[in-house]
Design a protein around this ligand. Structure first.
Ligand SMILES: Nc1nc2c(ncn2[C@@H]2O[C@H](COP(=O)(O)OP(=O)(O)OP(=O)(O)O)[C@@H](O)[C@H]2O)c(=O)[nH]1
Ligand SMILES: [Zn+2]
Length: 490
């Protein structure tokens, strides 16, 4: 979707061409490239090292130049070329910002006060990010509230000058200020499957946000099947909502829940995420704002809101093809946004540890809260059938809990062996020349070394010649970190 949006902008704006196809290059391929050639690697690291040191110095020096804006105390909009808005989509060097407030246009243009106040809300601006923000490495994320300056209201252009403090930041997909998750499954095509659903729920719970569980394509199954799932889910601790984009059933309730907040929609491929987004936003149209005069004309070609592309469900697997690639926010009636996520089938569970896993199950939370808190809490009980454990085996998802526990345990052990450095989040993207996105290992300074230290237990530490890995010399550590990443890729 975003690709076509960008290309349509470029078609109309004759901006320089951009190599969009190269944007999603494989991360591991990038690693390998850097790591197979030892000379190149060395050079690369030295260079990275220098760049990082330089960047760190300038961050210290410059971030005071542009402190985050406070949402509770926004700076007054004094100039007619200013606006406050939300970043709804981003690609390469452009961000689409939806205006929330802006000084009203001159009274001469619009007579009615109300219309004037509303006039610019909902207007889309195509923005670049001010150089100083890039210099201080302030990332502007989809979902960020931003201060826009140098607005050209006729052309729909502007420049992001600063970012408001975030209330939250979701890493995958990278979205700021999310306050609600919508977990979407379908009753059929693809059929809901209890373990997959559990994985998604655990992943969603680990974000620490309110979540709503909804089942789409409800019209494909009979009442009995729906009822059975409803009862099942209630035992799991959830109140599912049933809907059908096809028939429109349940969409009102969903719209009501989503109203006024920013929600991320997650779920397996093919369940109807894009279809739902299309359905919910076609209920309203931001261009419906009545413009009384010609001071503002919607510019052809700045329509970013092309329909989310709806994928065909493969008749063989019943699973959809991956069609959604870039995260973008779509405004909803009554305020609020809905973010689509790039299609993925397997939640990574990277935020979940053996220790936190029990908290991701409402059933366990309930058992723990209803029992003597001293029972499991103080002896580091993993609830795996230890004597005296309050978590009994007589609940449906207990086998799933054990399965996920094993999976996480294996992952943690693997991370220990490789000093726990490489995860998705340890790779950052760099937009290089021509907008080509390159992935490279994220080399952090002390921060991740401390995390690794925490994760490592003594017995394994003893097996390691730990001085080789833990040294207080940051520069050497950078090299070690890269070795670790390299080892994993071999
Ligand atoms: N029968 C039925 N089909 C639906 C319904 N909603 C969506 N579909 C179909 O399901 C298919 C997949 O829908 P998408 O919206 O592309 O699914 P998605 O979750 O966005 O998939 P990814 O982009 O791969 O993650 C399409 O063929 C839709 O027409 C529904 O309520 N009932
Ligand atoms: Zn226990």
């Amino acid at each position: 979707m975003a690709n076509s949006i960008i290309s349509s902008i470029f078609r109309h704006r004759t901006a320089p061409p951009i190599l969009l196809n190269s944007i999603s290059i494989s991360i591991s391929a990038a690693h390998r490239q850097n790591l197979t050639n030892p000379n190149k690697k060395h050079h690369h690291l030295n260079q990275t090292n220098k760049n990082l040191l330089k960047a760190r110095q300038s961050v210290k020096h410059l971030s005071s130049l542009a402190p985050f804006l406070s949402p509770s105390n926004p700076p007054p909009l004094t100039r007619p070329d200013q606006a406050v808005g939300t970043v709804a989509a981003a690609q390469a060097n452009f961000m689409r910002v939806i205006v929330e407030s802006a000084p009203a246009p001159a009274p001469a243009a619009v007579r009615d006060d109300d219309a004037r106040a509303r006039a610019r809300a909902g207007v889309e601006l195509l923005c670049v990010v001010k150089a100083v923000l890039k210099k201080i490495k302030r990332r502007v994320l989809v979902g960020d509230r931003v201060m826009v300056g140098a607005v050209d209201w006729v052309d729909g252009r502007g420049m992001i000058e600063n970012v408001f403090q975030r209330t939250s930041e979701v890493a995958d997909p990278p979205v700021a200020n999310v306050d609600h998750l919508l977990v979407l499954f379908s009753m059929d095509q693809p059929k809901v499957e209890a373990f997959t659903l559990t994985r998604f729920l655990v992943e969603a719970e680990s974000a620490g946000m309110p979540l709503t569980l909804a089942f789409n394509k409800a019209e494909l199954v009979d009442d009995e099947t729906r009822k059975a799932w409803k009862i099942k889910l209630r035992e799991w601790g959830y109140q599912p909502l049933f809907c059908s984009v096809e028939t429109g059933n349940g969409l009102d309730s969903l719209a009501y829940i989503l109203k006024g907040q920013t929600s991320v929609i997650v779920g397996p491929s093919g369940v109807g995420k894009s279809s739902l987004i299309n359905a919910l936003r076609s209920a309203q149209d931001i261009s419906a704002v009545a413009y009384e005069d010609s001071w503002f004309t919607r510019v052809e070609g700045t329509r970013w809101y092309e329909d989310q592309r709806v994928g065909e469900v493969s008749s063989k697997s019943g699973k959809g093809k991956h069609t959604t690639r870039h995260v973008s926010l779509l405004p909803l009636t009554g305020g609020g946004y809905l973010a689509d996520t790039p299609g993925f089938n397997q939640p990574s569970l990277l935020k979940v540890t053996k220790k936190t896993l029990p908290q991701m199950f409402p059933e366990i939370r309930k058992m723990l809260s209803e029992s003597d808190p001293s029972k499991c809490a103080f002896n580091d009980c993993m609830h795996l059938g230890e004597p005296g454990c309050v978590v009994k085996a007589d609940w449906e998802r207990y086998p799933y809990y054990l399965q996920l526990f094993d999976e996480i345990k294996i992952r943690e052990e693997f991370q220990l062996r490789t000093i726990g450095t490489k995860r998705e989040g340890d790779v950052r993207y760099k937009v290089g020349d021509m907008g080509v996105k390159q992935a490279e290992p994220r080399l952090e300074f002390k921060k991740h070394r401390r995390q690794s230290r925490k994760r490592i237990n003594q017995s394994i530490l003893d097996e390691l010649d730990d001085d080789e890995y833990f040294t207080d010399n940051e520069d050497i550590n950078l090299e070690e970190d890269a070795k670790v990443v390299g080892r994993e890729n071999q």
